[in-house]
Design a protein around this ligand. Structure first.
Ligand code: NAD
Length: 432
């Protein structure tokens, strides 16, 4: 089949590359010409394990075309996936749909032959209806079907998630579109039981409900971790004990610095706004977002306690700054407010992240990127293990700091408190 992915970010690029790998011809469009130029040189602009190899293979076979020419890409394709960003509006909970509607208005001018238009971007319930209103003339002429097909891949595991998805949700009442999309996805899912055809609004809501539920699990265990710290219990035992109950499940039940990233924070906020639009008070989701926001204050208080309130000139090293390992995505990473706060308090911040230096910290006088773990940790007063990259799991901190006295704040509970005690290292974890 001939596909067009509009927006070649984390979702559009990974989906496009994986669709091409099963034999489709895929046009990947982006308005960012720099991104397109890089991709045409075989350079992947994001950090996603395994992506480059599959991309290069399919580019060579001419099944992958990177272009900024929307008209050419759409005209040559049967199925159009909209994969542009839907961030929060400034100072508001609601999703900013300006990129979506800008694409739809362009499509209105281009489409002359039947196409399936799919929102793969996460969009609020009834966005498909809004799109249909804009394209009403094309719809009346049966030239378009507008479908919701939310994406559930996780950054860092995106290829595997796309090729072996837990489910494919297709929101449409068009039998024609459903039949075509089933044949598009069958080589990927193999088992038809994982393919669900729902109403378009249900598909849109499934995505938000799923993300809000996972965010709830994370916030829940984080609050239990707070209790554990006061009650002298290790939250890891709680996660294990709770997680082995199949009704609960072990995943997303690990205490840490709170959820971040490009999805959970903005999607939980948007769900609250959707609730308001449909006159429904989503108290649990509201509490979850509050709990996650409060977590940053809690972490700062903990660091204050660890340093006895003395931030001035302290060398504080962050190992990992991305919101999770195996991605370079910094959107709403907990490290950002923490580093900004510590910088204001005159601490000397160093950070190392396997995905490289971050623009988020450029221009801060006392925040420096180090290209190795050892240069980041040398003479540090406090090491904060912020992101659970594999690179940080077996470190000899004494050798790295070359200091007798230093402290570790392990925000991911990667190390054992008893081993640290034996090594006489001042060690603090989360909920233990
Ligand atoms: N990142 C994830 O892990 C993930 C997972 C599931 C769903 N989603 C959802 O998928 C959507 C995309 O997320 P992302 O992380 O891939 O975003 P992204 O910011 O990485 O990529 C979006 C891309 O769209 C491009 N773009 C914007 N307007 C355009 C236009 N008019 N024409 C062509 N290109 C345009 C941008 O230049 C950018 O490259 C969002 O709605 C997000 O919530 C993301």
């Amino acid at each position: 089949m001939k596909l067009c992915m509009i927006g070649t970010g984390y979702v559009g690029l990974v989906s496009g590359v994986c669709f091409s790998d099963v034999g489709n011809t895929v046009y990947c469009v982006d308005k960012d010409q720099k991104k397109i130029d890089l991709l045409n040189k075989g350079i992947v602009p994001i950090f996603e394990p395994g992506l480059e190899e599959i991309l290069k293979k399919n580019y060579k076979q001419k099944r992958l075309i990177f272009t900024s020419n929307l008209k050419k890409a759409v005209t040559n394709s049967d199925i159009i996936f909209i994969c542009v960003g839907t961030p929060s509006k400034k100072n508001a909970n609601s999703a900013n749909l300006k990129h979506i509607f800008s694409v739809v208005k362009d499509l209105k001018k281009i489409i002359k032959k039947y196409k399936i238009i799919i929102t793969k971007s996460t969009v609020p319930v009834s966005t498909g209806d809004e799109i249909e209103k804009i394209l009403i003339n094309l719809k009346k002429k049966k030239l378009v079907d507008i479908v919701s097909n939310p994406e559930f891949l996780r950054e860092g595991e995106a290829i595997r998630d796309f090729i072996y998805p837990d489910r494919i949700i297709i929101g449409t009442d068009s039998k024609k579109a459903n039949k075509i999309l089933k044949s598009l996805y069958l080589p990927i899912i193999k088992k038809t039981s994982r393919y669900f055809n729902t109403s378009r609004r249900a598909a849109e809501l499934i995505k938000y409900a799923s993300n809000a539920f996972l965010a709830t699990k994370i916030s829940f265990i984080n609050e239990i971790a707070n209790l554990c710290e006061n009650a002298g219990v290790d939250v890891k035992d709680i996660s294990l004990g709770m997680g082995s109950d199949e009704r609960i499940g072990a995943r997303f039940l690990r205490a840490g610095p709170g959820y971040g990233g490009s999805c959970f924070p903005k999607d939980t906020r948007a769900l609250i706004d959707i609730g308001n639009k449909f006159k429904t008070d989503l108290t649990i989701v509201k509490t979850v977002t509050n709990s996650n926001n409060n977590r940053k204050k809690l972490l700062i208080n903990k660091i204050k306690k660890i340093l006895y309130g003395n931030f001035n000139n302290k060398i504080i090293t962050f190992l990992g700054v991305t919101f999770k390992p195996n991605t370079d995505d910094m959107r709403e990473a907990p490290s950002i407010p923490l580093i900004k706060y510590l910088n204001k308090k005159n601490s000397k911040i160093r950070y190392y992240d396997p995905s490289g230096e971050k623009v988020d910290f450029k221009g801060f006088k006392n925040v420096n990127y180090c290209s190795t773990i050892s240069s980041a940790c040398f003479k540090a007063d406090l090491i904060i293990l912020h992101t659970e990259w594999n690179d940080f799991k077996l470190l000899n901190f004494k050798k790295l700091t070359k200091k007798k006295k230093f402290k570790i704040y392990d925000m991911r509970n990667m190390y054992s408190p008893s081993t640290m005690k034996k090594l006489k290292i001042d060690y603090f974890g989360v909920g233990r």
